[in-house]
Ligand binder design. Sequence first.
Ligand code: LAC
Ligand code: ZN
Length: 435
Amino acid sequence: LIPTGNEVVLSLSLMNQILSFDPLSSVLVCEAGCILEHLSLFLRPHRHIMPLDLGAKGSCQIGGNISTNAGGLRYLRYGSLHGTVLGLEVVLANGEVLNLLSKLRKDNTGLDLKHIFIGAEGTLGVITKVSMHVPPAPAAVNVALVGLDSFEKVKRMVGRTRGGLGEILSAMELIDGQSMEMVVGKKEWGLRNPLAGSAAAPVAAATAAVGAAAAAVGTEGGSAASPYPFYMLLETSGSNEEHDKAKLEDLLTLALEEEIIADGALAQDVGQANDIWKLRELIPVAIEEKGRVHKFDVSVPLDRFYELVERAREGLREEGVGLATAGAGAEGGREGVSVKVVGYGHLGDSNLHLNVAVPRDRPDPPAVSRVLARVLPWVMEQEGSVSAEHGLGQLKKKYLPLTKSREVVAVMRGMKKMLDPKGILNPGKFFPAEE
Ligand code: LAC
Ligand code: ZN
């Protein structure tokens, strides 16, 4: 976090106490500076989990998670923080402490003010305490990775998965082929693609390969590290290991028979499950090394979900920009520059992360800027959202009027003026300059 002007950055990291936990009602109350992963570790012996999980769990604080309305990897199952946060304590701009620290699931008395602070990016008050409904830990968690030949098949698999796994489905994530190549390409992480042939892949060797197709590498556009253009990570969380596993196996077997998936692997233990998760969670870390990353975090209807990534790649190619691929390295392109484009994200929530890495040593070539400028207008044409889970901050505040009508933005401004008349809370974020 960096101050952008004459600002003071407030650290809540010393406010890291857990205040109470009631296992019967599953309510956790803590201070806002608690690190997400510490909360998960605290809950483990009590057989509960946090309703949210994200790659940054080891450093992010729960107050920040709530202020940014973080989404993450468990959203599909446990939903938004607007549902799981039961109460907040908030310090207002005038120093008053707003006690909204309810521990109740249901409380229909007047306006439910906590909601305006969830996702307000710190512009309306400073969250200091948090009360959350935390789910019981599932007794059985299973993780599978499947490889698919086209996004059309990904869409069919989404339907099959929802139908086949029903209430035990807890995550459905997308990893595209180039993301996979990038993550397994980081040799120091020692991660393998369990669907990339059996000989050299410890994970695959120990993982039950569901498809005989495992060895048949060589899909068009694929590589040794990533034989398929698409992968889906499927997770189930339920109460009966055998029953859940049987359901997942049936789903994969059926999907193979119908040629919706080309191959699949089911993790045989927690270590393998974690390794499959790492293939997904480390994508944003891996791309940081490829250059300065333009990050798009958009909601797009599933039907046209991946089209955005394809359009970006096509647009760049047409503009003469080279596209870096793992094996081949960089093809420079007419513009003498090469960028890396990957797509991944929360398929089950229609939330796509399009990341474009450009060389760090110089400003973006105009050709790249032209293509990237078309991304968000296209998203809006699909009635999507320009920020699905990362918020607007200062970089994307100009897009607020693209998503919200004038009247809606006016009400937001009115609330800001009422709660923070001098504009001292997180200035310059979120609200675009007034017309
Ligand atoms: C993720 C972050 C980028 O989903 O939101 O990995
Ligand atoms: Zn995400």
